[in-house]
Write a protein that binds this ligand. Structure first.
Ligand SMILES: Cc1cc2nc3c(=O)[nH]c(=O)nc-3n(C[C@H](O)[C@H](O)[C@H](O)COP(=O)(O)OP(=O)(O)OC[C@H]3O[C@@H](n4cnc5c(N)ncnc54)[C@H](O)[C@@H]3O)c2cc1C
Length: 427
């Protein structure tokens, strides 16, 4: 009998728990430790923030879902992790032992990296939590009554390109619909060396595609950019040339700002000796097993990925939905084998697939593998992507609520595209 502890009630933690439940025996215990009573699908938050979707549609009631699947659930954030003693300490004072630990608790925003942010929270918003999103939504309603310049910014170190691009296109569409776009100059600040770089050197002609979209919508942009500081009415940016030398500074008067801050692992992970490397992330082997502690596995953005060619500003590789799902299936599949004293069999493929909804149209980016050089580098464009992306958002939430981890539709789609989620290796 083994006790598997999963930290985090996000997409990754829940999917891992549900998959493991199917793959392990009745005697094995699976426990999810969560910070909140309700899980939240973060990909829906940009829609919630502009009032296109109610928050309840992004929420997943954990208690009935986990109870139905006979998965134990504890609501209390982890305060300390002791890998050698195989125990975690919770904020409520409880001490939970484990045989295997899966870290799927996402990252926390490093907002203290930007000076002036705390004093400017009436103007700068972010979507890193439910509370922040609700605050952004209220401020957006107010902004519609008194519109003005808008700045959408990705801080160096953030890898939420997909979400930021999509947000900007949605905002543009929404403001046109309200006939307010003429009063709202939109600016985009990104650490990427060019639009559509996505932290992976671009996919196909992603650069031309996004520049064309931005130009046709009169959205201006600054690449290789960092945020020097913010004040209650402006972003102060610095931009650099391709060699990393300062090229100029700009003050962007802003009435409404949306920021994707850089992220870091939680303190209970950072404080464990040897668990993280000099990038602050968890180095793992190909099975996603910590290099320092072999009974600890990690999924999602906390995993240290291969560094690609350095860019003047830190533009890390993203961890798209597809990659995360591939990591989750790998960890669940391998842990089930390890518990039965068999060799782990699976590795993530490292393929990347993500979709950006442009409003009425959209583009799907397929990078096989995500890290260049690639075998497939393709962009699919059209209205079907817009429809698929919106449908997929809702479908992800429903799928989790129903406790389904990989339904037939998804499996067939990716099989048709010849893009496997996991590799089965010869043991
Ligand atoms: C606004 C926004 C939009 C996004 N849009 C997209 C998109 O369109 N496509 C895409 O591919 N990706 C997108 N992303 C990224 C994607 O949502 C995240 O990568 C994904 O949510 C990560 O899932 P996760 O389960 O690893 O972490 P999370 O969803 O962050 O969940 C981790 C959970 O762990 C819990 N937790 C944290 N600390 C502790 C602790 N100490 N103890 C116990 N529990 C803890 C938290 O409550 C949290 O709910 C977006 C992210 C954001 C913020």
């Amino acid at each position: 009998m083994a006790h598997i502890l999963i930290v985090g009630e996000g997409l990754n933690g829940l999917t891992a728990a549900l998959q493991l439940k199917k793959l392990t025996s009745q005697e094995d215990w699976i426990t999810v430790i969560s910070q909140e009573q309700c899980g939240i699908v973060k990909t829906s938050l940009p829609y919630v923030s502009v009032g296109l979707r109610p928050m309840r549609e992004a929420r997943i009631e954990l208690a009935p879902l986990l109870k139905r699947h006979k998965i134990h659930h504890i609501v209390s954030p982890i305060k300390q992790l002791h890998p050698l003693r195989q125990v975690v300490m919770l904020e409520n004072g409880r001490r939970i032992p484990f045989d295997y630990l899966i870290i799927a608790d996402g990252m926390e925003p490093a907002q203290d990296h930007i000076s002036g942010l705390r004093q400017s929270l009436d103007m700068v918003h972010s979507l890193v939590s439910q509370d922040e999103t609700m605050r952004a939504q209220l401020a957006f309603q107010d902004f519609l009554n008194t519109p003005g310049p808008m700045t959408v910014a990705l801080a160096p170190g953030s890898s939420e390109y997909e979400s930021a691009y999509q947000y900007i296109f949605n905002i543009d569409g929404l403001l046109r619909r309200y006939r307010l776009r003429d009063q709202v100059p939109i600016r985009f600040i990104t650490p990427e060396p060019f639009l559509g770089h996505f932290g992976i050197g671009g996919v196909g002609h992603s650069n031309q595609l996004l520049e064309e979209e931005f130009r046709s919508r009169q959205i201006s942009w600054i690449c290789n950019a960092a945020i020097d500081r913010v004040d209650p009415s402006a972003f102060h940016t610095i931009h650099f040339d391709d060699d990393g030398l300062e090229k100029g500074r700009q003050l962007l008067e802003t009435r409404y700002g949306m920021l994707w801050p850089s992220m870091r692992v939680k303190p209970f992970i950072a404080n464990v000796e040897g668990l993280t490397n000099n990038t602050g992330l968890i180095p793992t082997n190909r099975l996603l097993q910590s290099l320092a502690y072999n009974n600890i596995f990690a999924i999602g953005e906390v995993v240290a990925q291969h560094r690609l060619d350095p860019t003047p500003m830190e533009a890390p590789q993203p961890c798209s939905d597809f990659l995360r799902e591939s990591m989750t299936s790998t960890v669940a599949g391998n842990l089930a084998e390890i518990i039965r004293a068999r060799y782990p069999l699976y590795e993530p493929t490292g393929n990347g697939f993500f979709m950006i909804d442009f409003g009425r149209q959209g583009a799907a980016f397929l990078a096989v593998p995500q890290r260049p050089p690639r075998n497939i580098d393709k962009i699919y464009q059209g209205r079907f992507v817009h429809v698929m992306k919106r449908a997929m958002e809702r479908y992800h939430v429903r799928k989790l609520r129903a406790g389904i981890t990989e339904p037939v539709f998804e499996r067939l789609l990716f099989r048709l595209m010849k893009v496997p989620r996991i590799k089965q290796k010869v043991a």
